[in-house]
Design a protein around this ligand. Structure first.
Ligand SMILES: *Cc1c(COP(=O)(O)O)cnc(C)c1O
Length: 400
């Protein structure tokens, strides 16, 4: 099997089969952009493997919705499939189709279920809807019987999040379906609202309610845990876990050390370095004023690249960028395409026009960047700009 379905190997890769890592690129060429986004596919595979080992004998799926949390769904799904992942979760059918193009055998669940009139598409892609209300279930059943479709579906029960999901009260009536050999229920699932807060009382309530669902649907696979849920312990593992964030290096155990490998690196090009005299301000709104002569590196990344509007005032934690291995504070507001940072602490020769600064990566985790913008890592990753030059790194499989 080719590691990379449909991908042509470059000559360098062919000559260099023993090289440790290789890469594919996407987006505009680097020279035409302000930033380079690198996604370490080996780290994603290794994060998945770590979780799979942790939850064994339960199965570990992968949540790859929203373009695999901004990391590139085709590349990520291919890497995970090669690592042994057999079940994928997405939010929409269009996302399921992208995965189906990469793997024929994978089981694909669509979390947002079937929109009115949308059932036929699921058969076309061979994806399973996650059904979350009675109207949807009736429509899906009608489609399946008219078209003799038996691709299966998941039933999502709401155990306390009050977002999607069939009501717990409907569960007993639905179990009578199990007497029919073509009942079509491939999985029962629910979703935890507060898994990232282990002490939150709702966790225990939801675990208990989902236990009741499992008892009613004995013999059907069951799934409850997202990334943080996995770390609540074996009571949440059931038959299948659904990590997303942790695969991409977001800390599933906030407040404790991050057990996952970092995945994403964002490097921004320094467009120019200038000296701002004492008393002058930097950027829109003149919100930062130099208290002394300050050397400012202007980096060609902004909120137009999805780099969220870090403002020191909002965050209570000084937003920073790594330049030449040193943390440099962000000055004033972030513009659409530019950020100013104070590089006065660095020797002049270490900061030059054309150099790259690290906006996410070594010394600056996704979770920290999120705190700077008063948000969560999920939002930072799913906002990663389409303007960046992209690089996916991976190890080649051993020659066959
Ligand atoms: C997004 C999502 C997940 C993955 O959650 P993470 O916190 O990213 O691990 C799992 N289950 C459902 C229902 C989801 O919507």
């Amino acid at each position: 099997m080719k590691w990379w379905p449909g991908r042509k190997q470059t000559t360098r890769e062919k000559e260099n089969r023993s090289a440790a890592t290789s890469s594919v690129t996407g987006g505009p060429p680097l020279i035409e952009t302000g930033a380079m986004l690198t996604v370490d596919l080996d780290a994603i595979a290794s994060n998945w493997q770590m979780l799979a080992t942790r939850v064994s004998p339960a199965e570990c799926a992968a949540v790859v919705k929203a373009d695999a949390y901004g990391c590139g769904v085709r590349e990520v799904a291919a890497a995970l499939a090669a690592a042994g992942c057999k079940t994928f979760f997405v939010a929409f059918l269009s996302e399921a189709r992208a995965i189906r193009e990469i793997t024929k055998d994978a089981t694909i669940y669509v979390l947002n279920g079937v929109p009115p009139g949308g059932a036929a598409g699921f058969a076309g892609v061979n994806a399973r809807p996650v059904i979350g209300n009675m109207g949807e279930l009736v429509e899906w059943d009608a489609f399946c019987s008219v078209h003799s479709w038996s691709g299966g579906a998941a039933l999502h029960f709401d155990s306390g999040m009050n977002r999607l999901g069939l009501s717990m009260a409907d569960a007993p009536a639905l179990t009578t379906r199990l007497k029919n050999p073509e009942h079509g229920i491939a999985l029962v699932m629910s979703h935890l609202a507060c898994a990232d807060e282990p002490e939150h009382p709702l966790n225990t309530v939801q675990i208990q309610r989902f236990r009741e669902v499992r008892m009613m649907f004995r013999g059907i696979g069951a799934s409850l845990a997202n990334s943080s849920g996995i770390f609540l312990g074996p009571a949440t593992h059931c038959d299948l876990v659904r990590p997303g964030a942790a695969l991409y290096g977001i800390n599933p155990t906030p407040g404790s050390a991050n057990p996952m490998r970092p995945v994403v690196e964002l490097m921004g090009r320094i467009a120019q370095v200038r000296t701002v005299p004492k008393g002058e301000s930097v950027g829109y709104g003149a919100s930062w004023t130099a208290r002394r002569d300050t050397r400012v590196a202007v980096i060609a990344v902004g909120y137009g690249d999805g780099h969220l509007g870090a403002t020191a005032a909002l965050a209570g934690e000084q937003p920073a960028v790594m330049v030449a291995g040193k943390r440099c504070p962000v000055l004033g507001r972030i513009s659409m395409d530019l950020i100013g940072v104070d590089v006065s602490a660095l020797p002049e020769k270490n900061v030059r026009r054309g150099d790259f600064a690290v906006l996410i990566g070594e010394g600056l985790s996704v979770d920290e960047v999120a705190r700077h913008a008063d948000t969560i890592g999920y939002e930072v990753l799913t906002n990663l700009g389409r303007r960046h030059h992209r690089v996916w790194t991976f190890s080649l499989p051993p020659p066959q």
